[in-house]
Design a protein around this ligand. Structure first.
Ligand code: SF4
Ligand code: SF4
Length: 334
């Protein structure tokens, strides 16, 4: 049955499928400390279901095994590195929407063998990196991201909790060794120690999860990033083993290749049309244009001033305030 499950996962396009025993996740206590220290920032939903996150049995009573799946999304070279930068995972379709139908097929398979299941793609109350490490998908790198010796850092994780008792796989040894490249690459020093991330300093958090103003001291560190940050992931030497994904759904859509000024001119409807089905739609026009203003403030020239002056009068105060900041930065440089 396990062999048939692996075959099914392979046919659905998952690069890896391995099994973890469903016990208490090894970093449960550390996760609670991290929450207590406020490192989750405004991600209050993490604290709200902390009990469930640290106990798979509270998510699915009677759970015995966790099927962990990895989907490769490495696309090769960046399409246009001169433009505003979007994290690779968000270059096209929202992976949640993409993975869920695949998970449903895994769940149906397990159900046919008598199991009860819950499947999640980053959306569930599960410390998924812990179980992925237990299952031997990879090890938890010093950046806190999972590193796979086969896929590097460029893969999505998903998991199916099941009441079936499946033979667990072996974890992999930690192969970070003396490397500290991910820590050195972080522009904001958000990786405060090996395996420890302060989300409040992380540019992925600031550009996506933060719904309000970006703290002024962090704005210059955003560079040209407009959605997420890949620096610590890109620094990992294990990426040399990454293979280009055959999945067209992850290849960059034209909308992520536009210039910062073109993005700044988007109205609500244009924004929704361009980013339909993309993770970027989550932060809405107000969040995206806020980030675009900061990126222009960091990388723009006098030629960008007229577009920013229009944005400084945007009816959305968040955009207007960040446009004013960007105007000041460019004028200061000029
Ligand atoms: S995503 Fe960027 S800001 Fe966040 S920890 Fe990694 S390098 Fe630092
Ligand atoms: S960059 Fe180095 S330290 Fe960081 S996760 Fe990769 S191997 Fe580990």
């Amino acid at each position: 049955m396990k062999a048939a499950l692996m075959q099914l996962a392979d046919s659905l396009g998952f690069a890896l499928c391995r099994i973890a025993p469903a016990g208490r996740p090894p970093h449960a206590a550390e996760f609670r400390r991290w929450l207590d220290e406020g490192c989750a920032g405004e991600m209050e939903w993490m604290a709200r279901n902390a009990d469930r996150r640290t106990d798979p049995d509270a998510v699915l009573p009677g759970v015995k095994s966790i099927v962990v799946l990895a989907l490769n999304y490495w696309q090769g070279a960046e399409p246009n590195p001169a433009q505003g930068r979007v994290a690779r995972y968000a270059w096209n379709l929202d992976y949640h929407d993409f993975i869920v139908p695949k998970l449903q097929q895994i769940e149906a398979f397990l159900e046919a063998h008598g199991g009860t299941q819950r499947g999640y793609a980053d959306t569930g109350p599960v410390l998924e990196r812990d179980f992925a490490a237990l299952a031997g998908i990879g090890w938890q790198g010093k950046s806190t991201l999972l590193v796979s010796p086969k896929l590097g850092k460029w893969f999505f994780l998903a998991e199916v909790l099941t009441t079936l008792e499946l033979e667990p796989d072996e974890p992999l040894p930690d192969r970070c060794g003396t490397c500290t490249r991910c820590i050195a690459a972080c522009p904001t020093h958000a990786i405060t120690a090996p395996h420890r991330l302060d989300a409040r300093l992380c540019l992925a958090y600031q550009t996506i999860e933060n719904k309000g103003p970006i703290p002024e001291e962090l704005r210059p560190l955003l560079g040209g990033r407009v959605y997420g940050c890949d620096e610590c992931a890109a620094a990992c030497p294990w990426n040399r083993f990454a293979q280009v994904s055959h999945e067209a759904a992850f290849m960059a859509r034209d909308a992520v290749k536009m210039s910062l000024r073109e993005w700044l001119a988007l109205d609500e409807e244009q924004f929704r049309t361009l980013f339909r089905g993309s993770p970027i739609k989550r932060i809405k026009r107000r969040g995206f244009l806020r980030n675009v203003c900061v990126a222009l403030g960091n990388t723009g020239t006098a030629a960008d001033l007229p577009a920013l002056e229009i944005a400084a009068n945007d009816p959305e105060p968040l955009i207007a305030e960040h446009a004013c900041w960007a105007l000041q930065q460019i004028r200061h440089r000029a």
